[in-house]
Ligand binder design. Structure first.
Ligand SMILES: NC(=O)c1ccc[n+]([C@@H]2O[C@H](COP(=O)([O-])OP(=O)(O)OC[C@H]3O[C@@H](n4cnc5c(N)ncnc54)[C@H](O)[C@@H]3O)[C@@H](O)[C@H]2O)c1
Length: 308
């Protein structure tokens, strides 16, 4: 199949592009390189440096490729929404709206697989959180992700568009952005590597359901392989939560350090607890994560340590 990955030069998108190439698909990537990197992608991928929030640029890229399926992973990240909420919300919503609108016209491409985020749920009101958990986003980023999901749902209900929503919980693994807006895992590895102390925002007792990026990519490919999932939403997660404090300790152990942690004030909008109910993914998609946190962290650390 001809598959386009929008936001494909980023962390999860580049692993997805790798997986799709390996599975024999013709893969194109659209990315404006806000955080993504061209070198994250294999040479066989057709690359378009395009801002997906601009309708006519996105339209032109789709016309040039004529993909069967588009995966949408393009996003301005959560920490960006704490410093530039206006641009974050506007761009994230525009990207989804453009892709839905081009799908609805029925002549440019046939199917959208959209990446949502567990952030749309806000802090857990019950645990584990299933796909019917109330949508109560805390940050502007989370609100833009929720808006994207509602836009997708509206195009499904109103126009019968073929859209499936993948809702990942926290991902980690090789190639996760370690620069500006870095998440806790790459940030801690980098700091320890540079001989600095690890930082925890808040008490460190806040928990997250982490899944290794290779497992998420496998789930996305399972969705691609099915033609009966239009209108469905799937939590993609491990179904176990771990505290941020525990993660820092594990990374320290794997890297052979025991630096004292520097505690900083809790970040605005930080959710307290996240743990997924993964039953829908198990029952309908037959997906379960395979890589445990210790194994995944080891792979991730090895990759970062091998970088210059
Ligand atoms: N990483 C996680 O833990 C996680 C968890 C839940 C959901 N998600 C979702 O998965 C998807 C991918 O996340 P990621 O962690 O790989 O993020 P990422 O920042 O690594 O990748 C996003 C990509 O989108 C690109 N991009 C941003 N704005 C763009 C625009 N206007 N036009 C074209 N490209 C643009 C960036 O350059 C980047 O390459 C996102 O939808 C995110 O909300 C991620």
């Amino acid at each position: 199949m001809k598959i386009m990955v929008v936001g494909g030069a980023g962390f999860i998108g580049s692993h997805l592009a790798d997986g799709l190439v390996k599975a024999g698909h013709a893969v194109s990537v659209v990315d404006n390189l806000f955080l993504g990197k061209r070198e994250n992608l294999p040479d066989t991928v057709e690359f378009y440096k395009v801002d997906a929030s601009l309708y006519h640029r996105m339209y032109a890229a789709i016309i040039a490729v004529k993909p069967d399926v588009i995966f949408n992973l393009a996003v301005l990240p959560l920490p960006h929404s704490l410093v530039d909420p206006y641009r974050n919300v506007e761009a994230n919503i525009r990207i989804v709206n453009n892709l839905c609108c081009l799908l609805q016209q029925g002549k440019y491409y046939g199917r959208l697989i959209h990446f949502s985020s567990s952030e749309v749920y806000g802090s857990a009101q019950y645990e584990p959180m299933c796909e019917k958990h109330p949508i109560e986003p805390s940050t502007p980023y989370a609100a833009s992700k929720a808006a994207g999901d509602f836009i997708c749902s509206s195009y499904i209900k109103t126009f019968g568009c073929d859209i499936t929503i993948i809702r990942p919980f926290n991902n980690y693994g090789e190639r996760q952005n370690g620069g500006s807006y870095a998440g806790v895992i790459p940030l801690t590895i980098q700091r320890l590597r540079e001989g600095k102390v690890p930082i925890i925002y808040g008490s460190g007792k806040q928990t997250r359901d982490y899944i290794y990026v290779g497992d998420t990519v496998r789930a996305a490919q399972m969705v691609l392989g099915r033609d009966d999932l239009g209108g469905q939403i799937f939590n993609i997660a491990s179904g176990h939560d771990v505290s941020i404090g525990w993660i820092i300790q594990e990374i320290q152990e794997l890297m052979g350090t025991d630096e004292k942690v520097l505690y900083q004030p809790e970040r605005a909008g930080d959710v307290r607890r996240h743990i997924a109910n993964t039953l829908r993914a198990k029952d309908i998609l037959h997906f379960e994560h395979k890589i445990g946190m210790k194994e995944g962290l080891k792979k991730t650390i090895d990759w970062y340590l091998a970088q210059k």
